[in-house]
Design a protein around this ligand. Structure first.
Ligand code: UD1
Ligand code: CA
Length: 497
């Protein structure tokens, strides 16, 4: 998907309106230039409540780190060069996990609260007119809601706009105290620990997402104090601070409350993960994929599946997997980072990782395709067959109990049951080449590097250490010996005395 989400419809109109209200020395952009909007993602916290060695924002939901979801939503609103992640706890780990996205990072080496996180970003943000603040631990935010929040802020000509939602169970969240129930104006945000009994009954929670006018934010951020139960600088206190300074502070409520759920505990993390996966299944079904019993299927966010593919219960499809149309994925298969062509049948219990499977192929039951497996059109890989870094040509078959590693296998090849490519000599890996139409008898070992020529036969139970010429027969096994009557004599000699 491309980053095409458009937030700035009507932006110039809004800007002109906003500029009119401002004094002449306003730092807002001239009215014919779109305003500069940055997005800040707060991601420096430790995540104490997860009781983890790993930083909170790297915990996964929907198959990827929480922070990666937030970045994906943000980059559909502004380009990565205008996105700043505030990192601190295990900063290098967080940075390297999402470095590929092209966003910027600001280091908050000591985490002294969400307000402090914005203080350290002042230098990076000063060239901007507006900043949208997102939370790295709330991964279900959508680009549409970010855009609506931003547009609402511009329409309302506010100094601060916060995103809220109604929660039946608001405990733990900051509560929004409006100046009057019917208006959008906010008096203050109270954190759970400081809330009165009456305030605790408020169901409208602060999502932790905001838009600020940048000059107003930094003209007043110095007024935050740490006089609260955590002795931290709370960004939430900016509501009361800006209001006192005569700025407009308003709230925009989203109807979709799941969008703002934060993953502070393992329980919340699993709830978010479940919601994401059900949403993914619903979206795939809407696009024509049949999923039986979706609650049992684990499908990562970035997976693509075409119409008329059928997913049976208890299937996992992970990472960047792409599955074309008309496939059937039977129960208990786990497919990661793989590409599957049209009309492929994956029978029960297959494990695929970083594999490619061309159309009309049949896998399983219980095939294990390890990285670099490239299965040709109409090929068969059967039960208890393990493959790694191989090419299996069109229509070739390896149906039973076989290991194929580091092999180039042509078209129309038959690999008998129990065949093993001996690819490793203890130091290096070597390639086995099997040309088109060759027949490998059951229980053969092919000691690489070795080549079996086109159309050649390998007798069952052979140990092949030398190349087999085109159309030849190779037999590499001990001669059979017959000893007439041997068994009968043996039995006789064993009779009790
Ligand atoms: C915050 C809000 C609360 C709101 C809730 C919504 C404050 C004081 N409270 O609480 O009103 O209902 O979000 O989810 O803001 N972080 C930093 N640097 C810091 C501290 C935190 O970057 O010094 C980051 C965290 O990594 C996290 C985000 O800011 O991604 C929010 O911090 P967190 O501690 O989770 O705040 P909440 O207690 O959830
Ligand atoms: Ca949180």
């Amino acid at each position: 998907m491309t980053s095409t989400f458009c937030w700035d419809q009507g932006i110039l109109r809004r800007m002109r309106k906003a500029a009119k209200r401002k004094s002449p020395e306003t730092t807002l952009a001239p009215s014919n230039v779109p305003p500069r909007v940055a997005i800040v993602i707060m991601a420096a916290g430790k995540g104490t409540r997860l009781k983890s060695q790993m930083p909170k924002v790297l915990h996964e939901a929907g198959g990827k780190p929480l922070l990666a979801h937030v970045i994906a939503a943000a980059t559909r609103v502004v380009p990565p060069s205008d996105i700043f992640a505030i990192i601190g706890h295990e900063a290098e780990k967080v940075r390297s996990a999402v470095a590929g996205t092209g966003i910027n990072f600001v280091l908050q080496s000591e985490q002294r609260g969400t307000g402090h996180a914005l203080m350290v970003a002042q230098g990076a943000l000063s060239p901007y007119n507006y900043v949208v603040v997102l939370s790295g631990d709330a991964p279900q935010i959508t680009p549409q809601t970010i855009a609506r929040l931003l547009n609402f802020h511009l329409d309302e000509q506010a100094g601060m706009t916060l995103l809220s939602a109604d929660f039946a169970e608001p405990t733990g969240y900051g509560r929004v105290v409006r100046t009057n129930p019917s208006g959008a104006e906010v008096k203050e945000i109270v954190e759970e620990k400081s809330a009165s009994a009456a305030q605790k009954r408020i169901k409208e929670i602060n999502s932790g997402f905001y838009v600020f006018a940048v000059p107003e934010l930094f003209a007043n951020i110095g007024r935050l104090s740490t006089s609260n139960p955590h002795t931290e600088y709370y960004l939430t206190d900016m509501a009361a601070v800006l209001r006192k300074a005569g700025e407009r502070v308003v709230v925009y409520k989203t109807e979709n409350s799941s969008e703002v759920l934060g993953a502070n505990t393992r329980g919340e993390l699993s709830q978010i993960d479940e919601q994401m996966r059900i949403r993914k299944c619903r979206q795939l079904m809407a696009d024509g994929v049949t999923i039986f019993y979706p609650a049992t299927c684990v499908i990562d966010n970035d997976v693509e599946i075409a119409a008329d593919t059928v997913i049976e219960p208890f299937v996992q499809i992970l990472g960047k997997t792409r599955i074309a149309e008309g496939c059937r994925i039977r129960s208990y298969s786990v497919i990661r980072d793989s590409q599957i062509g049209a009309n492929v049948l994956v029978r029960n219990g297959c494990i695929l990782e970083d594999a490619r499977v061309a159309s009309n192929a049949v896998l399983g039951p219980y095939s294990h395709l390890r990285p670099g497996s490239d299965i040709g059109e109409g090929a068969h890989v059967g039960n208890f067959v393990e493959t790694k870094k191989i090419k299996l040509g069109k229509g070739s078959k390896a149906s039973h109990l076989t290991y194929l590693g580091d092999a180039e296998i042509g078209a129309g090849v038959n690999i008998g049951a129990g065949t093993i490519t001996c690819n490793y000599d203890g130091v290096n890996k070597h390639t086995t080449t099997i040309e088109d139409g060759a027949f490998i008898g059951s229980d053969s070992t092919l000691v690489a590097p070795v080549r079996v020529g086109k159309g050649a036969y390998v007798g069952a139970a052979s140990c092949i250490t030398r190349d087999v010429p085109v159309d030849a027969l190779a037999i590499g096994r001990a001669q059979q010996v017959i000893k007439e009557g041997w068994a009968k004599e043996k039995r006789a000699s064993r009779k009790p005395k």
